[in-house]
Design a protein around this ligand. Sequence first.
Ligand SMILES: [Zn+2]
Length: 133
Amino acid sequence: MIGLAHAGWRGVSGNIVGKMVSKINSEFACNPGDLMAAIGPGIRQCHFEVKEDVLNNFFDFPKQIATRNGRTYIALAGILKKQLSASGVLPNNIVDSDECTYCLGEKYFSYRRDKTDPIEAMLAYIGLESRDL
Ligand SMILES: [Zn+2]
């Protein structure tokens, strides 16, 4: 089986990856230790500046919070890795694209960077290759 979840800061705060692993376990009887997880492109700590309203959701992850020049930044991908590990996914089975959508303007849209109106969007899809084709 294969699955895909979008995780903005609200999804990360709500532990969407832990819920996904739990659902996979209950629906497909998969051992979390057998799962592979990949973290795709997203805004990274270099550009994910937050105010107190967002920061208040992440005090359980102090090592993923950084302060520079009086501003606060959160590493959502780092939190996802912690949540995946806590769900039983083995650290060696977690890969990270390490791509910041804000930094990579030629490759990705970032509303935080571009502030476009109307808003642009990104699309992600995932699938299993059929060997019968
Ligand atoms: Zn960046």
